[in-house]
Design a binder for this molecule. Structure first.
Ligand code: NAD
Length: 487
């Protein structure tokens, strides 16, 4: 049992009401509790962040970098012990939990490493005078995160915000908060009180945080509908937002796609990693008409090798979904697909588990012959099922799969002609385009990550992530118009 606490101004607090966190593999098992913070506690956390801001932002950059490097080491030391705990609370496999913690540690170290370049001041000097251009920290920022990759998604906001000199109030999802709360508690030692605060609770705690007048910026990852609400609330005070929202990410297979076992296995991995609950995961597969049947057969064979069981069982290659609402939502998508005359083929192997009926389990499936109007094609399923759709014309598929979609987070192109893939990639209205891959390995922290259209705004990773937690400021001494430069 983890009995998490709020962390406000370096002190641990609880609340009148606790939220129980149960195992997605067996909902009869309670794994811990988190306090359901009330609006006074949200206010207290924001005020603590506001009070800590002047001193933290005035610290030399090297000290903020060193704190993050120390946090990276602390998180790294927690990976072995906490990966199984994360699998138990989240549902995902041990390897996926390992990735979550390892990437969180990595992003702290990486962000510390690029901070000096990203925050470099610039001076323009000419005969008319001089202008200093600098990046200024914003103040207290809110980091609001979902349940699928709770640790790394939190640090993708915390690391750039803190290194730039902001202070943070984090609000994790109540569905998978336990390991993250342990990590936040462990890294407190590296930061002065009030610099990194954490409130837990449900949606109302998130709403109160976004609405708080002292919050200057919101870094949010979650669903598109919630993102709209966050943006609407933020608009009242013209707060800045970075929104990483949902995706309906297509894989486009070209005529010369390699249909070898290894490539097809990688496609299946892209669709079913973390039980299909990955924002940029492969969510639709477009196949040239003449390759359709061959591909369906090869893909189904790869999916059939998936072993479904509890996330912390080393034999498991796909765990249960995280929560009952998510399970129900995917079941509804599949029911609609069946009613709409699509073919749903259920695959995979069930590991014997006594608790099967008490967990949020679902076997992986492949959907063929689906009408494009069905939710399985038109919306983000966020679960272990993927539609395979025929196409005849590449130009048409670029429009149907990517450019006419309301979403635009990621897409992948699969071909043996990588040059052509890069050319086609330029035409896709999508934040990221992957070539011959579509998984965690496709991501590179040096490259900006984020979506277009309803998939969000702003970018995480890369120096752009630090830009997102700063405001540009110019200070100039000009007595005449810009003239010839003075070296
Ligand atoms: P969600 O939108 O329901 O919740 C996300 C967080 O927002 C939670 O902490 C929640 O408590 C909080 N919240 C809810 N209502 C709020 C409000 N009105 N104001 C402020 N905060 C509020 O999302 P979820 O169900 O936890 O996660 C699944 C979704 O997240 C999927 O759509 C998925 O695609 C998306 N996602 C996107 C990315 C990305 O990087 N683009 C990554 C992971 C997940």
């Amino acid at each position: 049992m983890i009995e998490a606490k709020l962390i406000i101004n370096g002190r641990e607090e609880t609340a009148d009401r606790l939220i129980s966190v149960v195992s997605p593999a067996d909902t009869r098992v309670e794994l811990g509790t988190v306090p359901d913070a009330g609006s006074e506690q949200v206010d207290e956390a924001v005020r603590a962040a506001d009070a800590a801001f002047p001193a933290w932002s005035a610290r030399p950059l090297e000290e903020r970098q060193a704190a993050l490097v120390a946090a990276a080491a602390t998180i790294h030391d927690m990976i072995e012990e906490y990966s199984p705990v994360l699998s138990r609370e989240n549902g995902k496999t041990l390897e996926e939990s390992h990735i979550d913690l390892e990437f969180a540690s990595g992003i702290c170290g990486y962000t510390a490493g690029i901070a000096a370049g990203a925050l470099q001041e610039q001076i323009i000097r000419d005969t008319g005078g001089s202008t200093l251009i600098r990046r200024r920290a914003m103040g207290p920022v809110a980091a609001i995160t979902p349940w699928n990759f709770p640790v790394v998604l939190a640090f993708m906001k915390i690391a750039p915000a803190l290194v730039a000199g902001n202070t943070v109030v984090l609000k994790p999802s109540e569905y998978s908060p336990l390991v993250l709360t342990e990590v936040i508690r462990a890294v407190q030692q590296h930061f002065p009180p009030g610099v990194l605060n954490m409130i837990t609770g449900g949606d109302t705690a998130g709403e109160a945080l976004v609405a708080h007048p002292l919050i200057r910026k919101i870094g949010f990852t979650g669903g598109t509908e919630t993102g709209r609400k966050v943006m609407a609330t933020a608009a009242r005070d013209i707060k800045r937002v970075t929104l990483e929202l949902g995706g309906n990410d297509p894989a486009i297979l070209l005529e010369d796609v390699d249909l070898g076992e290894e490539t097809v296995r990688r496609m299946a991995e892209g669709a079913f990693a973390a039980t299909g609950q990955v924002c940029f995961g492969l969510k639709r597969i477009y196949v040239p008409n003449h390759l359709h049947d061959r591909f369906v057969e090869a893909f189904a064979a790869a999916v059939d090798a998936i072993a479904v069981g509890p996330g912390d069982d080393p034999r498991t290659t796909m765990g249960p979904l995280n929560n009952s609402a998510q399970l129900r939502s995917v079941e509804k998508v599949l029911e609609e697909a069946v009613a709409g005359h699509a073919t749903v083929t259920t695959l995979g192997r069930k590991l014997d588990t006594a608790a099967w009926d008490h967990g949020h389990y679902m076997m992986p499936s492949v959907v063929t012959n689906a009408d494009p109007s069905l939710s399985i094609v038109a919306k983000e399923q966020f679960g272990p099922t993927v539609p395979i759709i025929r196409y005849t014309d590449v130009d048409e598929v670029i429009n149907i799969a990517a450019n006419s979609s309301a979403f635009g987070l990621a897409a992948s192109i699969w071909t043996q002609n990588e040059e052509r893939a890069f050319e086609l990639g330029r035409r896709l209205d999508s934040g990221s385009v992957f070539v011959n891959s579509h998984s965690f390995r496709s991501l590179d922290p040096r490259a900006p990550f984020g979506g277009v259209k309803s998939s969000g705004m702003g970018r995480e990773f890369s120096p752009a992530s630090i830009d997102a937690y700063t405001e540009l400021q110019t200070i100039s001494r000009r007595i005449g118009p810009p003239g010839p430069p003075i070296s």
